[in-house]
Unconditional design. Structure first.
Length: 185
């Protein structure tokens, strides 16, 4: 992997049995060709496979694709994509957010991920799916709540833009106030 510009880095200490490869960042004008993207080679330690993990732990169909590490640099790499969740590739092309009903509730922060996707042009999921994401939000622990609020504000261009996204969904609870989330949802 070193020859491709990747350096082996130990995984965070709470999971010291895995390895992550980080691509060395380059300075200057970015080249947006896919050869310059960061690649993560993921594997499971519990005997499951990536398809199982996508089906059970991924919130949105647009995250329902995988590619083998060995196929990442093939051209065209799109031909090597494995569509684990139905319509994943079509939903990406259409910039449409739909919930993976089997996996959306695993991460209570997925409501904020939805807002980030919407900020770059993805259409909101159905009203029912938005409500399902909203219902998981009170389960988000304090530190992750704070991190996700800051992340969404940074990502979308500020608090006002983030609040505008929430208003566009017809949500009247202040999803950026932890006390309001815990008491009103």
């Amino acid at each position: 992997m070193e020859s491709l510009g990747f350096q082996e880095q130990p995984y965070p200490s709470h999971q010291n049995v895995q390895t992550v490869y980080n691509k060395v960042l380059v300075s200057g004008k970015p080249n947006w060709d896919y050869d310059d993207y960061i690649v993560f080679d993921m594997h499971t330690m519990d005997g499951t496979d990536i398809a199982y993990n996508i089906e059970k732990f991924v919130a949105f169909t647009i995250n329902g694709c995988a590619i083998k590490g060995q196929d990442v640099l093939t051209k065209p790499w799109e031909d090597a994509l494995i569509e684990v969740l139905p319509d994943a590739i079509q939903d990406i092309k259409n910039k449409k957010l739909r919930l993976n009903i089997n996996g959306y509730s695993e991460m209570s922060s997925n409501f904020y991920a939805m807002l980030r996707f919407m900020s770059v042009g993805f259409s909101a999921p159905s009203r029912e799916e938005v409500q399902m994401l909203l219902n998981t939000l009170p389960n988000l622990e304090h530190a992750r709540f704070e991190r996700n609020v800051k992340k969404i504000w940074d990502y979308v261009g500020g608090e006002d833009k983030a609040r505008e996204l929430v208003r566009s969904l017809g949500i009247d609870v202040d999803v950026f106030d932890e006390e309001a989330v815990k008491s009103k949802i």
